[in-house]
Design a protein around this ligand. Structure first.
Ligand SMILES: Cc1cc2nc3c(=O)[nH]c(=O)nc-3n(C[C@H](O)[C@H](O)[C@H](O)COP(=O)(O)OP(=O)(O)OC[C@H]3O[C@@H](n4cnc5c(N)ncnc54)[C@H](O)[C@@H]3O)c2cc1C
Length: 407
């Protein structure tokens, strides 16, 4: 095999998470390859907003700033939100977060996944030790502890000391390594679309908890909102099948006309919401990150953020091992990454399931309890401050490149 096809780290999947890892390994001693089946394409200011957006936390923003990719996102388009307003449809419970209370300009940003990818890719192409292998479909994976190989659909074979699965929820890498997943459907789908309402969103990320699931309006730069309406699978399919006029009327009603009437809506799509957690994140010579390792309910907008922190943490563990002349692909080193991230991800996954169950329960005692709890958190400064830091991704054991100062 020619040396050109041999890598230290080979990442399958060039979504947000795989690209973050590749950039974080830039300018290191590692020879890195990153494979994706599709070029993500770019976004121009006049394009309609994409359906897939993410609420990018302050911690993820910090990662992108350290990777010099944040500016590329700013020059394309990002939408800051200064407030978060969450309320319960079955009572008086309300919680309101305000960036000014923390002395910051924004709690986070709503960014199209395509914008994140384009800016990371732009940065990646400046890095000499990283090779972007795209478009390239992975045909076959032969996982071995010492050296794995990946065969592409054009017959080319690539070998690597460390194989990283960043290939999403239905990860081929995970399957090839024989890693199983704990899977629990939330029995919900998330309906997404871009809507324009008569009232401006006021730079606020809104979320109303309905008995059937949360409904979020996320602010976009042109005054429109990206919505995520979680509902039972049957209800979500019905919502997607409605004509525009009926959908708009049901949407504004479900949102209590908070932003007035819905004036126009874009294309709609529904995603199945499934909690998945891989039983292992690592094996000798192999690691899983992002959706390949875990998927969670989108109600707190954390899926991509957790994956970005996985990527930054794995890069830190690999670089530190290499600096200490240890074998970066050994099980002992990779276990450091797994212990670190599994704990953080598990806390988030179970809090999301707990929230979802608490808010989808109409039992009056539970309903009174959550309304009381929301109002209590809202009124006690230090508790609220802690909640805000969680929402901004600033709590927990963060990798170095995600740490911010002064918040
Ligand atoms: C409705 C909804 C709303 C969400 N909102 C938010 C939010 O507000 N905030 C947030 O943080 N998260 C959110 N998420 C979650 C977030 O979208 C995902 O967690 C995130 O995109 C996962 O990124 P990833 O890079 O791990 O995987 P993916 O985005 O799935 O990327 C995997 C990549 O691997 C490539 N690939 C896969 N298989 C192969 C193969 N065989 N050969 C070559 N390439 C391959 C694919 O082409 C793809 O580019 C939301 C999710 C949903 C469903």
């Amino acid at each position: 095999m020619s040396e050109a096809n041999q890598y230290d780290v080979l990442i399958v999947g060039g979504g947000i998470v795989g690209l973050t890892l590749a950039c974080a390994l830039g300018d290191t001693r590692f020879k890195v390859g990153i494979i994706d089946a599709y070029e993500p394409g770019d976004v121009s200011k006049d394009d309609a907003y994409e359906l897939r957006v993410s609420a990018i936390s302050r911690a993820s923003q910090q990662v992108f700033q350290n990777l010099n990719a944040w500016q590329g996102m700013q020059t394309r388009r990002i939408s800051p939100f200064e407030h978060m307003h969450v309320w319960d449809s079955t009572g008086s419970g309300v919680i309101h977060f305000d960036a000014a209370e923390l002395g910051v300009d924004a709690l986070g940003h709503i960014i199209e996944n395509k914008v994140v990818q384009a800016a990371l890719l732009e940065q990646l192409k400046l890095l000499n030790n990283i090779e972007w292998i795209c478009p390239a479909q992975v045909e076959d994976i032969n996982y071995q502890a010492e050296q794995s190989s990946v065969t592409l659909s054009d017959g080319k074979e690539l070998t690597t000391r460390l194989l990283v699965g960043a290939d999403g929820a239905n990860s081929r890498v995970r399957e090839a390594a024989g890693i199983s997943i704990d899977k629990a459907p939330y029995d919900q789908k998330g309906v997404v679309c871009v809507v324009k309402s008569t009232k401006h969103h006021q730079l606020t990320a809104w979320q109303r908890f309905l008995p059937t699931g949360p409904l979020a309006f996320l602010p976009l730069g042109d005054g429109s909102c990206s919505i995520v309406w979680s509902a039972t699978s049957d209800e979500a399919d019905r919502l997607v099948g409605l004509d525009e006029e009926t959908f708009s009327r049901e949407l504004e009603q479900a949102f209590e006309y908070t932003l007035g009437a819905v004036e126009s809506i874009g294309a709609r799509a529904a995603f199945s919401l499934i909690r998945r957690h891989a039983t292992n994140y690592v094996l000798p010579g192999l690691a899983l990150i992002g959706d390949a390792a875990h998927t969670i309910h989108p109600l707190a907008g954390q899926g991509a953020n957790l994956g970005i922190l996985d990527a930054a943490s794995l890069a830190q563990v690999l670089v530190e091992a290499d600096q200490q002349k240890q074998s970066f692909s050994s099980h002992a080193i990779l276990r450091k990454f797994e212990r670190w991230r599994r704990g953080e991800n598990t806390i988030m996954m179970y809090s999301m399931s707990g929230f979802k169950n608490l808010f989808s329960n109409e039992q009056s005692l539970l309903s009174s309890f959550r309304n009381f709890g929301l109002n209590l958190v809202n009124s006690i400064g230090p508790v609220k401050h802690k909640f805000m830091r969680h929402a901004m991704g600033l709590e927990g054991d963060l990798p170095d490149i995600a740490k911010t100062v002064g918040v």
